[in-house]
Design a protein around this ligand. Structure first.
Ligand SMILES: Cc1cc2nc3c(=O)[nH]c(=O)nc-3n(C[C@H](O)[C@H](O)[C@H](O)COP(=O)(O)OP(=O)(O)OC[C@H]3O[C@@H](n4cnc5c(N)ncnc54)[C@H](O)[C@@H]3O)c2cc1C
Length: 477
């Protein structure tokens, strides 16, 4: 177990390295950094350090390593699994490291520091007529260092991949305060182990990402958005299959929602109106994009939807006629987490299964939880095209929220056990953090967990990098 207190000499040395603008230590100043966005997690910490450069950050880590001080890396603090919340030691927050170091439009790359806000990176790509496709609802406040450390997903994974697929090179400060410079801008580089993938998705347990070379893409000239209503999740799956066959790579997003999820949005979110003629058991929102500035893609989309209507695969459909209508449709999807709060307590799951199994999962998992607790209301929505469903369980209307939340682990086990039978994942995009460590022990392959432990012991032998996160506690011997 680490001693979480910070020796006075180390505190003074850290403050000296980062200067007066690089640290905070009063309880009021530290407060926003120890509380998670939704208030579900609260930690403690006496010193928040914000280095202005990789060199400063490496020197701070070296001081911590020498003194055995635990470090919690932090970027935008929008993570949902408690990974950036400290339990003593120091927070090293990368927000002051927010320079775009290089943009190479011909090479389709951009080199950015870890504290760059995701939306700023998207805008910088746009400025050179390129696309950086990572996109999620927290993009105005999350930072690329956090995105890569959680291997974030979002709404365009279907076309462009997860965060780790968008990276060519990385710069990392290791647990002993050295700088690994892997900032190559290369698309081919077979010179040994691909170290960058060790640090992406590691949630700050192996080192601190300080900069990255990101891939850019040609900017789509046209985007078309459609919203459909169907009789079942199986019908949505059938439409997805048709869309993939007909649209291929131009299908950049395909999102699903059940009737309960979207009903809450229509009921509780200001300005959210049903664009369809009725209400249906299942909905899908899709986006297709094209590099050509003509009507071809829209015509193809309309043809697929018209055929699906005629074949009675779907019941109702609307294609956005303007940018404003497209935004309104996306607003329905993005308002779902907010709308759920109005139905009180919710037990969350962020699972993935093979795309071919999504309908089966939604149908069977819904039945399992309803059989277990009649009155429970499954809110199933998410990235259907990636096999990733946010399967959130809303409390029965007549139950006390605390009584329902006391069943959190019970329902996690029902849902995650079922996901495991499909060879699925108990955490598709939010990571493990502190919340899901027990699930790593229960569901990950034991040999894989041993390899993870060996990597941790090798790269961070004194366990100062985000201790208590990701890896489950060791079995008592
Ligand atoms: C409204 C909302 C919508 C969201 N939607 C999505 C979504 O669609 N898809 C998705 O995947 N996630 C989503 N998230 C979760 C969250 O936004 C992502 O996990 C995001 O990538 C975290 O970035 P951050 O900068 O806030 O990281 P933080 O919360 O600060 O940190 C997250 C983890 O990474 C570690 N870390 C942070 N910076 C570094 C670094 N430089 N080096 C090493 N480790 C580091 C932290 O220790 C922590 O374990 C959403 C969150 C919110 C609030």
């Amino acid at each position: 177990m680490n001693d979480m207190s910070i020796p006075t000499a180390a505190t003074a040395a850290i403050k000296e390295v980062v200067g007066p603008n690089g640290w905070l230590d009063t309880p009021e100043d530290v407060e926003p950094f120890v509380v998670e966005t939704r208030g579900l997690w609260r930690g403690e910490c006496d010193l928040v350090v914000s280095p202005a450069s990789t060199d400063e950050l490496a020197r701070v880590v070296k001081i911590c390593a020498d003194a055995g001080i635990p470090i919690t890396p932090q970027s935008g603090n929008t993570g949902l699994v408690g990974g950036a919340i400290p339990h003593g030691g120091v927070i090293i927050n990368t927000r002051r490291m927010n320079k775009i170091r290089d943009v190479d439009a011909l090479n389709n790359t951009m080199t950015v520091e870890a504290g760059c806000i995701l939306a700023d990176i998207q805008n910088a790509a746009d400025d050179v007529d390129r696309l950086f496709p990572l996109s999620l609802a927290a993009e105005g406040s999350c930072c690329i260092g956090g995105n890569l450390s959680t291997n974030a997903g979002g709404i365009q994974v279907l076309r462009y991949g997860n965060a780790r697929d968008l990276v060519l090179g990385l710069e990392v400060v290791t647990a002993d305060g050295k700088v690994w410079n892997g900032l190559q801008r290369l698309r081919k580089n077979n010179t040994g182990y691909d170290l960058k993938h060790l640090f992406m998705g590691a949630e700050g347990t192996l080192g601190i990402i300080t900069a990255a070379v990101l891939k850019l893409f040609p900017k789509p000239r046209r985007r078309e958005t459609a919203f459909i209503g169907a009789a079942s999740v199986e019908a949505v799956q059938a439409l997805f299959s048709r869309m993939q066959d007909a649209m291929g790579d131009s299908l950049s997003a395909f999102e699903y929602a059940n009737e309960f999820s979207i009903g809450l949005v229509f009921e509780h979110i200001d300005g959210a109106n049903n664009p369809l003629q009725g209400t249906y058991p299942a909905y899908a929102l899709m986006e297709v994009s094209s590099l050509r500035d003509d009507e071809t893609t829209r015509d193809q989309l309309e043809t697929v939807l018209a055929d699906a209507l005629e074949d009675e695969v779907i019941i109702d459909a609307v294609v956005a006629q303007s940018e404003a209508q497209s935004k309104a449709l996306w607003n329905l999807r993005e308002s779902m987490p907010e709308a759920q709060k109005h139905a009180r307590a919710s037990i969350k799951h962020d699972v993935s299964v093979p795309v071919s199994k999504v309908a089966e999962f939604v149908r069977n998992a819904s039945k399992m939880v309803i059989d277990d607790l009649p009155g429970i209301r499954p809110s199933a929505f998410g990235h259907f095209g990636d096999g990733n469903i946010h399967f959130n369980l809303t409390q029965p209307a007549d139950m006390e929220p605390e009584d329902f939340l006391a069943k959190w682990n019970h329902f996690n086990e029902i849902v995650h056990d079922y996901v495991a039978t499909m060879n699925g994942s108990f955490s598709a995009e939010h990571g493990v953090g502190e919340l899901k460590r027990k699930d790593v022990a229960r569901y990950n392959d034991p040999v894989g967990v041993d390899i993870m432990r060996a990597m941790k012991a090798s790269l961070d032998p004194n366990n100062i990098m985000n201790p208590g996160k990701v890896l489950p506690d060791a079995e008592p011997s």
